[in-house]
Every structure is written in C-alpha cells, then in structure tokens.
Write a protein that binds this ligand. Sequence first.
Ligand code: AMP
Ligand code: MG
Length: 406
Amino acid sequence: MISVEEAQTKILSQIVRMPAEWLFLGASLGRTLSSDIVSSINLPPWNTSAMDGYAVVGADTEGASQNTPVHLTVVEEVQAGQMPNKKVGRGEAAKIMTGAPVPDGADAVVKIEEAKCSGKEVTLFDQVEVGAFIRKKGEAAASGERILKQGISIRPFEISMIASLGISQVSVYQKPRVAILATGNELADLHEERSLCQIYNSNSYGLAAQVVDAGGIPMLLGIARDNKADLAEKIARGRYADFIVISGGVSMGDYDFVKEVIEELGVKMIFWKVAMKPGRPLAFGTLFGKPLFGLPGNPVSSLVTFEQFVRPALLFAAGRDRLYRPVVSAVLEDTVKKHRGLRTFLRGIVSTREGKFFVRMTGDQDSGILLSMVKANAFIILPEETEQVSAGTEVSVQLLSDIGLC
Ligand code: AMP
Ligand code: MG
C-alpha cells in the first residue's frame, strides 16, 4: 500500500496537459489560459479625467483659497467620447467629464463640487496638485505589456480585463473528456425499473458532476455487469475519452473483476491500494494510453477518492497550477477513533468563531451513508499513525466549499 501523497505524485507523473483551443471570451469562464495575454493598446489610450470637473493648469491655482480664489476662463467642454478641440493655456480651463481625454496644456482636474461656475468663468478655492484626478495614458495597461500569464484561471475579473484590451478570443486548454463506467449486478440505472435485489446507480451521476466541477466533460458509459465479457466490452468504449473512471469491482470480492479485465486489456498498472479510509482499494494505471482510475464502489468512497486523486489530475490536464483544495487547521469538536496505519478522511462541518476554525463530524461515517457527505463542507484529515484524536485537538481540514462557513 502506498501513501496518499505517493499516489498523487504517481498519478500526476502520468498526466499531460490538454491541447489548446480558441474560445470566444464570453465562453471562457472557468477555463485556463494556455498562452499569455499581451496588450496591443495603451489603456487608457490618452490621459483621462477621473472626475467630472475642470481641466486646469496646476500652476494657475497656486495660493488659491476661500479668501483668495482663482478665476479661470472656460474655453470648451469635453465630453466622454470626444477629443478636445482646444489647448488649455494659462488662466484657462476646460469643463471635462469622467472618461474624457484631458486637453493638451492641462495637467490637473478639479472636481465639479469644488468649483463655482458662472457663464464662461470658473472660480477655484483650493490649490491643486499637478496630476490630480488624471488617469495617465497606459497606466491600466501599456502597449506591449504582458497582462496575464498562461496558466491563470479565467474568472469574471480576468474576462473584464481581457475585454478592456479589445481581445475577443482567448487560447485555453481543452476540457478533458472523462469516460465513467459503473459496475455491479446490483445496479439499476435511473431510467430503468429496479428489481427487488437492486439499488440505483448513484456513483455515475455523482462522478459526472465532480468531473464538471473539475472542468472536465463527463461521458457516461452506463453500467457493466460483474462478468469479464461485459466489463471488457464497456471499458473498451472508454478509449475515445481522455480519462477513464470505473467505479466498483476493484476490491477482493469473488466478482470484483475490474483489475483482471483491465490487465487483460493491457493496462500499465501503476498502483492498487492506497493507505487511506475510505478508499483503500483504488487502482490507477494507463490503458489505451489514457489514465485509468478504478475507484471503490461505496458511494462515499467514490466521492472521496475522486476528490483526492481524480480532481487534481483533471485540473492539471486542464492547465491549472493549483491542484489541491485549501487545507486549514481547525479545532476538532468530537473525539474520534480510527484505524492505525490509514489516513482517514472524515466528513466534517467547519465553522468559524472569533476568527478560528472549528470542525465537527457530520454523523455516521460509514462509506455507504451519502448524507454524511451531503452535510459536509470539509474533510477532516487524520494522520496514519494515530488511533484516537481527542476533542480539542487541532486537526487538518480540507475545505470543500464555503457553505455553512460563517
Ligand atoms: P464494490 O466496490 O463493487 O464492491 O461495491 C461496494 C459497494 O458499493 C456495494 O455495496 C455496491 O452495491 C456499492 N456500489 C457500487 N457501485 C455503485 C454505484 N454505481 N452506485 C451506488 N452504489 C454502488
Ligand atoms: Mg461491485
């Protein structure tokens, strides 16, 4: 059995980045840039007013005060979307709107609230600093400047930045396609009639949602029955995907044929079994040149092992640099017994009080109890060597979402 970290390292060593594709900027949310974004323009393109007010020559306002105001002649009005027609000379001003180009000669803007205008004359009561309320040409982005590095995830903020440069197409990593196969004679699919001895296939749907969440495209291959012929035929359909994920049939039972079948299909097996709970029987290898994961069938084990192993692999393929969810330290509120020798992932509810994280268990931790996962916003990660962790101990907690975090 190998450790969680060894398994993660071995997996990542087999993953390659997806090729790039061009996307319309508006469709690129959540994707990862595969090349740098370089500006071909200055932003703003000219010195711009940051306020509605008057563009002036700063030196004209020297010594201005309530008692000794300065009077300037307004030579024109510049609206946003217009270029100025006139220069501003000494003793002159131009009325200017936010976003309008500052006329030549002017080197400061006075806010409209701080000026008094009457006809063609504006009166100022304060000295202004040169540069006041002027956004300098190229200060937000300079022509030729590298604005975003490849590898960055595209959030609404990046989309706004890229659009401001006039760029409408971006090069991103393609989404990996992930074939998902459920296994088991006891499974009925959602559109099928369930016989008395069957349960519904839930893993395929949970895994498909996890794939979407990790930036991939799920391809559901249905259910393979617990016989070698059906398994071989359905697993082979995964050859057209970028990843293959099989759920169930990888442990020690008489009808757990997955390992045998993938070996017959020519898998290069990298490991089988990780020192963790839930999720010990976990197979990883490459088949048809694609990474293949054999995840344990218990519904919670399937979700937990996807989170720890498949998600980082998909994120890497999709171009991300940050592959793992944030881990913080939290005060454990329950006393927990565990197996020595296995890293244990418990489903937990993290809350914050007075700036500190606390975590409690979601209830029964059996790996068949999906509600233990539904209530969780974190995994409590307990180290291999311990058998019991007492309430009040600081433990590592992997945050899954901000739900309930208040
Ligand atoms: P296995 O790993 O095949 O031995 O399955 C372990 C447990 O998980 C059994 O109780 C199975 O019925 C259950 N299980 C396996 N696959 C699924 C699935 N796709 N949906 C729901 N439960 C499953
Ligand atoms: Mg099974």
